[in-house]
Design a protein around this ligand. Structure first.
Ligand code: MN
Ligand code: MN
Length: 489
């Protein structure tokens, strides 16, 4: 019997499309993904982990190819690193690059707390470290939980670098930010959530074993003369000195070295399966390491020479506006594409670069908000992304009347979704939240500025920007498959 013509759209279910083999592949893929989340909690670590994997698989450093006066030919695989914080991976295709390339761009920086340049101080039996938050966080979420320190310290005019990690090894101590007990939190609890914990209260406990002597006085310390008493306290053999000694023993650092460092405070928790049926991944920094990992793997697992040159770009600084020379607004990517067209044909220059970019299709791979039944009122149910519904496309982002958005053409949408339909990959076309409730931006607009055809797409996330975000394994898997289908189409 012939099927009746189906007129109505029916949302897809990413789980029901999986046969037994695909479920096994999904489980294995997500094990690798969770390991990546644990191994790469910062943009520097993500760059290190992925370039190491690429090098081991025979990818060549583009700087070496340039230095040796080499050429690129179809089938070559390359990587490029921008100041240790942003990177790109390339599979050279059969076509002339001026006919266009296929690019996927995600970001590897995540919301976190950075240590201030001069963070350490001692107060009342504790050594604490001042922080400056990075990206859009709800500050009250970052207290009373195990935290780890990840960072890099330079010496010798910047020629030597030392990577520091504390709080991730099973035997490491963790760091911690305190919160007020409910019994005494009357004042705090009356404030709006945005003010319940202030930025200057995000002080990290670094140590407490003492050496500390209470001030010698009979009368109880009173708030007004507290500062005077502190000034009289002897500074030698302070708890802070003891903590600095421990830091020096472990890492060889002095207090001044904090000026030469970038230290990031991140949740010390490992990524885990969530739910009795293990359908979700819980973990820190899935925005946007989920799209970074799926895009990288789509390129990495490509076992044929693609028609078009494929480039996976992993940017830094997205969470603070893509500024800076490692952010997507910098000319680093543009310069890299110029190098590529020139390596393809030494007679190629700026005009060919412009042609290459004009003909390029770019997936701006970033997460979006998944529908959360507990907070249903912020979403339009017809247009929201559902966890488990497959990769979510957003024709536009922005806020307040599409302001600040790169609105992809319906022609580009059609190209992409036809390509996924042919590959049997479920997708959903969505918006983030109800109109005028909020909004957000991605790197899409900066790629559009370069003249590329660009659309946002990625994995729907619950509890986005929290210390422990949630994704559906089905979406992680299908996003990987979607990027693969895009590369191969
Ligand atoms: Mn993001
Ligand atoms: Mn984000």
């Amino acid at each position: 019997m012939e099927d009746a013509l189906k007129l109505e759209y029916e949302a897809k279910n990413g789980w029901s499309l999986l046969d037994e083999d695909a479920r096994k592949e999904l489980t294995a893929f997500c094990e690798g993904y969770k390991k990546f989340l644990d191994d790469a909690k910062t943009e520097i670590e993500a760059t290190n982990v992925l370039t190491a994997a690429a090098k081991a698989a025979g990818y060549a450093d583009i700087d070496d190819v340039i230095a040796s006066g080499g050429k690129i030919v179809p089938g070559m695989k390359l990587y490029a690193v921008n100041r240790g914080k942003s990177c790109a991976f390339i599979a050279v295709g059969k076509d002339d690059p001026t006919l266009g390339m296929k690019m996927i761009g995600a970001h590897i920086d995540c919301p976190r707390l950075d240590l201030k340049p001069r963070p350490l101080y001692e107060d009342s039996g504790f050594v604490l470290a001042k922080t400056h938050y990075y990206g859009g966080i709800k500050k009250y979420q970052w207290v009373a939980m195990p935290l780890a320190l990840h960072g890099v310290v330079f010496s010798d005019m910047g020629r030597k670098k030392l990577f520091v990690t504390l709080g991730e090894d099973e035997n490491d101590p963790v760091l911690y930010i305190t919160d007020l007990l409910p019994h005494l939190a009357g004042g705090q609890m009356g404030k709006p959530a945005s003010q319940a914990i202030s930025a200057e209260q995000l002080n990290v406990v670094m140590g407490s074993v003492n050496a500390y002597k209470p001030p010698e006085t009979d009368k109880p310390a009173d708030a007004e003369d507290e500062s005077d008493e502190k000034a009289e306290e002897p500074k030698n053999d302070s708890l802070k000195t003891l903590i600095l000694k421990l830091i020096n023993e472990k890492y060889g650092l002095k207090e001044e070295d904090f000026f030469r460092a970038e230290f990031e405070i991140v949740p010390a928790m490992k990524a885990k399966d969530v739910g009795l049926d293990r359908g979700l991944v819980g973990g820190y920094g899935q925005d946007d390491r989920v799209c970074s990992y799926t895009a990288f793997r789509a390129l990495f697992d490509l076992d044929e020479v693609p028609e078009k040159t494929v480039l996976v770009y992993l940017s830094d600084k997205e969470e603070i506006g893509s500024m800076g020379n490692t952010g997507a607004r910098s000319c680093w990517l543009e310069n890299l594409i110029l190098e590529l067209v020139h390596l393809y044909d030494p007679s190629y220059g700026m005009l060919e670069l412009r042609r290459a970019m004009r003909n390029t299709k770019f997936l701006s791979a970033d997460v979006t908000a998944a529908f959360d039944p507990t907070y249903a009122d912020v979403s339009d149910k017809l247009n929201v992304a559902f966890a488990g519904g497959g990769i979510a496309f957003e024709k536009y982002t922005g806020s307040g009347g599409k302001f600040g958005s790169s609105d992809a053409s319906a022609q580009l949408v059609t190209y992409i979704v036809d390509c996924l339909d042919q590959a049997g990959v479920p997708w959903q076309l969505t918006e983030m939240g109800k109109v005028d409730v909020g909004g957000g931006g991605t790197i899409a607009q900066f790629m559009a500025d370069l003249g590329m055809d660009v659309i946002d797409c990625g994995v729907p996330v619950l509890s986005m920007h929290s210390p422990y975000e949630l994704t559906s394994k089905a979406d992680v898997y299908w996003t990987y498959k979607a990027y693969m289908a895009f590369i191969r189409a």
